[in-house]
Design a protein around this ligand. Sequence first.
Ligand SMILES: Cc1cc2nc3c(=O)[nH]c(=O)nc-3n(C[C@H](O)[C@H](O)[C@H](O)COP(=O)(O)OP(=O)(O)OC[C@H]3O[C@@H](n4cnc5c(N)ncnc54)[C@H](O)[C@@H]3O)c2cc1C
Length: 461
Amino acid sequence: MPAAALPGRATASSNPDRIGLSGWGNYPKVSTELLAPRTPAGARDHLLGRSGVVARGAGRAYGDAAIGTHTTISTRGLNRMRSFDAASAELTVEAGVTIADILAAFEPRGFFLKVVPGTKFVTVGGAIAADLHGKNHHRDGGFGTIVESFRLALPGGEILSCSRAENAALFMATLGGMGLTGMILDATLRLLPIETAWLRQDTRVAGNLEAAIDQLESSASATYSVAWIDCLARGAALGRSLVYLAEHATRRDQELLGPELAPFPSPRMSRLSVPELFPGWLLNRASMRAFNELYFRRGAAQQGEQRLVHWDPYFFPLDAIADWNRIYGRRGFVQYQCVIPQAHARRVLADILDRVSRRGDASFLAVLKQLGDGGGPMSFPLRGYTLTMDLPVSDTLFAFLDELDALVVDAGGRLYLAKDARQSRATFESGYPGLAALRDIRQQTGATTRLVSHLSARLGI
Ligand SMILES: Cc1cc2nc3c(=O)[nH]c(=O)nc-3n(C[C@H](O)[C@H](O)[C@H](O)COP(=O)(O)OP(=O)(O)OC[C@H]3O[C@@H](n4cnc5c(N)ncnc54)[C@H](O)[C@@H]3O)c2cc1C
């Protein structure tokens, strides 16, 4: 696979077998051998006899999770859909098939995925390995809840079928296990039948963080909910947000709100893209403040209206701009995502937002979501609130994030591994009590020294 075809930043290196590779945040960039098998059997063969190896899907993890310390195996060639049973809605696909592929094929036939992240450009293997969460985690759980089974290649070459009934401990440890239990070759997912592919959206304005959390709490029965926070607002407006609630629209909703619309509209293609040499300095406090103001006013004007929204911009707004990660310039950026247990969420998130707004370089909008209980021992979610924001890499950023980490640790929270590029071992270990279960499994399967990503080496997993 040519390096240029890989998302994240890939550059040629002086050693022809190795390239410089990064995650979606373009930080850090490290050297690795890159292999691109075309079949599950080929992927399994690449594991044999290798150490310091990990799988890579679409490279949408922000940091160093999908880069092997020696070798990275791209699953993009494992892109076949194998079978679909309309009666049970069970779909079997290879691990490199993306959520975009599945929605393009099945949304017109009246099926969706019950759990989707904020971008559709992730692979099924990456979705399982992160046990990713959507805007409905508090109600429906993580991606693992729609996974019936998968086949996992172990470092020694053995291929095991895993489900809640078969090799159950390995199944659970692989959810959120960040590729460190084995390589997922293919998986069977259960799709969600839908009457239309529109969302019935209800927008609410929250003047500050307290009001945003009140809104999310009082609408906990809504299927989807998310608050977009203006993280530059300060004082009494700290945490001012637009809260979006949504349900899959029924035929009846569509007849009432958009009778002229086709029930299953096609995906929207991205029309804009950010050039490779976009200068990072264009992103300054004034431009971000102006953007946030405009965004907030536009959203506030929709308050109180029930509207039908196309599934693509509702779930995947950032996908409309290709390569948007380039706006942070060459040094890249870090996406900071923490979860704070319910009991401490209001106090600690206010403290975090206050520090971030005073610092003034968090970009655009932060995202606040409610989470329910986690799936596997290494899954990120715990019952509480998760806050996500992008911060450009600078000389002072990491010391600042260490301060935020201390607040998170103190509150019994944790940071999301799929976004992480810099947390310390102490922060990580205090947040993930399920780590012992993952380490045990890695010991038993011989993965400890064989399956090693830059993330797992950094965190001592
Ligand atoms: C714009 C954007 C929005 C996002 N929104 C959300 C969100 O709302 N919720 C959320 O939870 N996440 C979100 N994410 C994070 C993203 O869902 C995860 O990082 C996901 O793991 C990316 O999948 P990928 O295919 O790109 O995997 P990669 O980034 O390539 O890899 C991620 C991890 O999965 C492992 N992996 C990949 N394929 C396999 C395989 N076949 N077998 C075993 N391990 C494998 C890798 O080793 C690595 O540890 C978002 C990311 C972006 C860029």
